[in-house]
Design a protein around this ligand. Structure first.
Ligand code: UDP
Length: 330
């Protein structure tokens, strides 16, 4: 199987590339190295089975060439990270909408199956949990830039499902707060990356707001299992699947305490207002929990790695690196 992985040098994408090559695929990686980095693919450096193309999903000619030369596409490339989205809403919107449209259109032209990596962010600030794939989405005002990411990802999903009506073979996964080795390469600031970096450096661990917002942290190996299963389950086509570890639900404050404990750090916890971090009018999702019945029933997927174990494995991967290599970095 010749597989194109857009965003294949990123945190999740590089784990997917490792998995696919282990299974015997020949892989083409397309990545613009905005948040991805070549060192994530170090295990593939001398592999004849992996070709890395530095380029953008906005480049229609590159997309045309790469899609036509592969059998299937995992589309993970995106502008990610809440800080990046509110910092550059226009650039993020263009990549996440037009870029995906380019990839989908090429897949439709060449009849290639495509998996779209979407996000639990599409549920917005609904307080209905667990979140089911067919639930209503509740997004804030268009004046709050944070919601532009969810809007673009929802557009991507709509596009994929509309193409499916025209015969495109496609499947969509919504990731819930993925963490693990290699996360957040150039510091887009997801919570686990920030907390580990801060705790290991002995700096204050920055909890935004009251810290009682809740998330389900999902270990990257589980994420890759779900991603591959979604792609390879024929009956899953034209459907959306939550990929998230509902058993790992935690408040962000408890997560900060756990990271401090597991790293043996002397760091203190410092509360930072959303306004100070993201500017006025910022809105956060209070609680985010996936309903994973559909993924279990239709894909045979369940999460395997709990938060404590996943955190220890992540930490173990960092011990040979300097703390400022951990990622995060805001
Ligand atoms: N968060 C935090 N400190 C940080 C980074 C994030 O308290 O240094 C909080 C953030 O406000 C959110 C949660 O942790 O409530 C998860 O943030 P992340 O950006 O990882 O993902 P999100 O769930 O917001 O997409």
């Amino acid at each position: 199987m010749r597989t194109l992985v857009t965003g294949g040098a990123g945190f999740i994408g590089s784990h997917l590339v490792d998995r696919l090559t282990t299974r015997g695929d020949t892989v083409i990686v397309l990545d613009n190295l905005s948040t991805g980095r070549l060192s994530n693919l170090a295990a593939q450096r001398d592999s004849p089975d992996v070709r890395v193309v530095e380029g953008s999903i906005l480049d229609e000619l590159v997309i045309e060439e790469l899609v036509s030369s592969c059998d299937r596409v995992f589309h993970l490339a995106a502008a990610v990270g809440v800080g990046n989205i509110v910092g550059d809403p226009l650039g993020s919107l263009i990549v996440n909408s037009r870029g995906t449209e380019n990839v989908l259109a090429a897949c439709a032209r060449h009849r290639r199956k495509i998996l779209i990596a979407s996000s639990s962010e599409v549920y917005g600030k609904t307080d209905r949990v667990p979140m089911r794939e067919d639930d209503d989405r509740i997004l804030g005002s268009t004046t709050v830039h944070r919601w532009s990411y969810a809007t673009a990802k929802a557009l991507d999903e709509h596009l994929a499902l509309a193409y499916a009506r025209q015969g495109l073979r496609t499947v969509i996964v919504r990731y819930f707060n993925i963490y693990g080795p290699r996360m957040d390469p150039l510091g887009y600031g997801s919570v686990m990356a920030n907390f580990l970096r801060q705790a290991m450096a002995g700096e204050a661990v920055t909890v935004y707001g009251d810290g009682l917002q809740r998330r389900c942290l999902t270990y990257v190996d589980d994420c890759i299992d779900g991603t591959v299963m979604a792609m390879e389950t024929g009956s899953a086509e034209a459907q959306v699947f939550n990929i998230g570890d509902s058993k790992s639900e935690t408040t962000i404050l408890d997560l900060a305490r756990l990271v401090i404990e597991v790293t043996g750090s002397a760091s203190e916890i410092s509360h930072v207002s959303y306004e100070r971090r993201f500017g006025p009018g910022f809105e956060d999702t209070r609680r985010r929990v996936p309903d994973t019945d559909r993924a279990r029933e239709r894909l045979g997927w369940t999460s395997q790695v709990g938060l404590g174990e996943g955190l220890r494995q992540t930490l173990a991967s960092l011990t040979c690196k300097r703390p400022d290599d951990v990622g995060g970095g805001q």
